[in-house]
Design a protein around this ligand. Structure first.
Ligand SMILES: [Zn+2]
Length: 512
């Protein structure tokens, strides 16, 4: 079974920001989950490197577009490294293997009779690389970029999108989960209802791009080119670059994209694939925007959240945890520093970390650091809770409900804290009820071990630290599978490590 999941191919006009880190963390988490399940996983990310805006951004820095793109792509890769993103493919759309795939695709659509040449005049947003419908403008500005649009007239090649109106309607009706969440699917259906209009897929004035096969004076429209990056990315390293090999490499994929580029992915891209006679993506997930302290982030506002700085201050796991746990994926989400610190302290340092720490302390004092030999009955409430929450976490991951996945795993730790308080094993030891006391310690440590597996897709390093404190070798954690969530995996007699806090409490700055 394969599972291919893509992040957007980030536009290489500027360095990565938190808005690009966020969906990448989500896709990394999802693909790590499917890896645990034993799927053959491909996580695809990369950069979209063609188009006018990139040529202009390079020029502004006094660079040629290639050098500029090399630098930006390297920055993205560096960010993925510090965020502990385990991607399999990083596709750059100016990879020499990409152009033949795009041109072959273009030829198929051309042979289908879906491309024609026409003059076009319209209002163009360079930042969107798209002609805008005058009725969508807000005070004459692009509704997404809030920047002026320009009247542009070109002799272009067009894709006959309108021919695919019915086919898309039918596909949507047959696949009620094609776009998620539901509010985003409704948006997409709304666009369809307005009626699809053909769109231009070439640019006469742009040199930085892939030449159009029938007319090399023009380049292929950056979106038509970039979407195909999802296919080129699937080529194995020594594959001949062609559509057949790309499709065999793990298509169809699940796409995760921001809501601002949903139209390209949920309408244009499926229609292009239908025209080329190729299978459509499996699912498209549209996530929301990030704000900081309730405000839209922007250079001009001076409130940009730098992901590098955040990771440097708090570590990758903390950043991953906050954005997955605190934001319902699909909705807009807010970053507030005090809330960030509070969430991490409450969940990771207190609920999870303290439970492990105090239990290991009791084990040292009473059991010589060895996991006791006991059997926990099926009816044990902590065992039951752990088993129920394991199922709930799996369901949450599958639906991309990351907050619920974290919450379910955390619930085990919260329940465990109540369980140990109530049973007071320190007292049981003193009173000579050794068997009962050892059973409590075993149950708690086993529950923590399982919670760590459930959280491994979100906080891979921290979960690894939990496993090593429980006495497992690094190789055991490296080979983790979902099957290890089964109760009873903590070996009796195993010697645990010295108890050290797995997550240090963060200091909340005193607020003026
Ligand atoms: Zn725009």
């Amino acid at each position: 079974m394969h599972f291919t999941c893509t992040t957007p191919l980030y536009y290489a006009n500027a360095a990565p920001h938190m808005g690009s880190a966020y969906p990448t963390i989500a896709v990394d988490c999802l693909t790590r989950y499917y890896r645990l399940l034993g799927y053959q996983v491909l996580m695809v990310t990369g950069t979209d490197e063609h188009g006018e805006k990139i040529a202009t951004a390079a020029l502004k820095q006094g660079l040629d577009p290639q050098t500029h793109c090399d630098q930006i792509a390297a920055e993205f890769q560096r960010l993925w490294q510090v965020l502990n993103i385990k991607y399999d493919r990083f596709i750059r759309t100016n990879d020499p293997r990409h152009a033949p795939v795009v041109q072959e695709f273009f030829q198929r659509v051309w042979a289908r009779g879906d491309i024609y040449r026409a003059a076009y005049e319209g209002l163009y947003c360079v930042d969107c690389e798209e002609y805008k419908d005058p009725k969508d403008l807000i005070q004459d500005l692009c509704p997404i970029h809030r920047k002026p649009v320009f009247l542009r007239q070109e002799e272009n090649y067009f894709f006959a999108l309108s021919k695919y109106q019915t086919a898309l309607e039918e596909h949507f009706a047959r696949h009620p989960d094609f776009v998620q969440p539901v509010i985003r699917f409704n948006e997409v259906k709304g666009w369809l209802k307005e009626g699809l209009r053909d769109f231009s897929i070439s640019r006469a004035a742009v040199r930085w791009g892939i030449p159009l096969p029938p007319d090399p004076e023009q380049t292929i429209y950056v979106w038509f080119d970039a979407l195909l990056g999802y296919l080129t990315a699937l080529l194995a390293p020594d594959d001949e670059p062609c559509l057949k090999n790309a499709l065999a490499g793990g298509w169809p994929a699940v796409h995760v994209v921001g809501k601002d580029i949903l139209r390209f992915h949920a309408v244009y891209w499926p229609a292009m694939l239908l025209s080329a006679g190729l299978p459509l993506p499996e699912r498209i997930f549209g996530h929301g925007y990030l704000t900081k302290d309730g405000l839209k982030m922007g250079k001009s506002l001076g409130n940009v959240l730098d992901p590098f700085a955040l990771v440097e201050e708090f570590g990758a796991d903390a950043v991953r945890y906050y954005f997955l746990k605190e934001i319902e994926f699909g909705q807009d989400g807010d970053f507030v520093r005090t809330r960030f610190i509070h969430t991490l302290n409450a969940d990771l340092a207190n609920d999870l970390g303290n439970l492990l720490n105090r239990t290991l302390g009791l084990l040292r004092k009473n059991c010589n650091n060895q996991i006791p030999t006991v059997t926990i009955p099926l009816t044990d409430p902590l065992r039951q809770q752990t088993e129920a929450m394991t199922q709930q976490t799996a369901q949450a991951y599958e639906g991309l409900h990351f907050p619920r996945a974290c919450e379910s795993a955390l619930e085990i730790a919260r329940f465990g804290n109540g369980y140990i308080d109530q049973r007071a094993p320190w007292k049981l030891f003193k009173e000579g009820h050794r068997v009962e006391a050892e059973a409590v310690l075993y149950a708690v440590l086993e529950a923590v071990r399982i919670a760590a597996v459930l959280l491994a897709p979100v906080i891979p390093e921290l979960s690894g630290r939990i496993w090593s404190q429980l006495g497992f070798a690094p190789a055991a954690y490296a080979q983790l599978t979902w099957a290890t969530t089964e109760w009873g995996g903590l070996p009796s007699g195993q010697t645990v490590a010295q108890a050290v806090p797995i997550f240090l409490r963060l200091e909340q700055e005193t607020l003026a």
